[in-house]
Design a protein around this ligand. Structure first.
Ligand code: FES
Length: 124
């Protein structure tokens, strides 16, 4: 069964490139209404939104198993993995805090990956 999701997405383009964010000085909130299957994740919602607005930047990681951490973002003010978080009917999505913003919900994960590397090396 399909459910309707209303989603406010924080838009910001530090480079102020193209798209609707440009008219607002490169930042603001966009509201999207999408239909997804019941039990869908936030990542499913992001993909549905991307079909409406291909300019929305979000994760480029697709492990969908909660391992890579590439889909980290804030859902209603709480840090979550988009691939492991069930979508709710009303959501507010923002980029993960404390990481360099590339555009919209897409952040540079390199600082996190660099922190993780020494731990992985010690484990071997
Ligand atoms: S897509 Fe890898 S943790 Fe979510």
């Amino acid at each position: 069964m399909a459910v309707k999701v209303v989603c406010y997405v924080r838009r910001r383009d530090p480079a102020c490139a193209t798209g609707s964010v440009e008219a607002r000085g490169g930042q603001g909130w966009d509201c999207f209404e999408v239909e997804v299957e019941e039990g869908s994740t936030v990542l499913d919602v992001l993909r549905a939104i991307s079909r409406q607005d291909p300019t929305l930047a979000h994760t480029t990681h697709h492990c969908k198993t909660g391992i890579c951490g590439g889909c980290t973002l804030q859902v209603n003010g709480r840090q979550r993995l988009a691939c492991r978080t069930l979508a709710s009917e009303h959501m507010r999505l923002e980029p993960a805090p404390g990481l360099p913003l590339i555009k919209d919900l897409l952040v540079d994960l390199l600082p996190l990956q660099r922190k993780g590397l020494p731990q992985r090396r010690e484990a071997h």
